[in-house]
Design a protein around this ligand. Sequence first.
Ligand SMILES: [Fe+2]
Length: 226
Amino acid sequence: MLWEKSDIIPNEIIDYIGKDWSEEWFHSGNLSNPEKIKKNMQMDENNIWSNYCSAVQPYIKGSKVLNNMFLGTKHSVPMFSWYKEGDQYGYHNDNYPIRNLFPNLNYTVYLNDDFEGGELIIKVGNVEVVTKPEKGKFIIYDSNLQHRVAPVTKGERKVMLGWMETEIKDSFHRNLCIEYSLSCNDILRDLQPRYDNNEEDLEFIEIGKRLANFRYQILREYGRSD
Ligand SMILES: [Fe+2]
């Protein structure tokens, strides 16, 4: 499954972590991929990286969207990747231990969009879904989905990547719960104005409780308690 969100990290943080990168902070990305399908650069875990982590992690670890709707229980530290013209990353999945966790969901965050090519492409069934680069866009997808980065044809592509373990490990049941939570959120957001400044507030709260209760039933049935 695949989702896009744009409201997880504030724009000023995206600007801060995506500007003025220097090649001396980076190493070749293909060191971490023995199949040599990867041509990009990855940021060393240096002081700059620590500063970027400190800036961004409150919005990841503290994200109600990632933790409640996408069921995140454990977050990796972020990784920063830099693709110059001609760089790319061939098809692979991230369904193996990465950075002290066994990921269930991946995310890619575009830190800029003033480049051509360089789209994150995710294979769903036998269809290639091409995501449009938009600065600040957060793309969340199952770690077992095959994905690649198309060659950058003009400019430079900067992204932040991360991985999450989730409360429900099975992807079918997890997706069911995520879709339900996202739908509830939309329903409550649409209903809210009807109940604003109105003595029927209690009814609104009651609807919210009933929707939340159903979600707990899904979690109780399919969540893993280890
Ligand atoms: Fe990947």
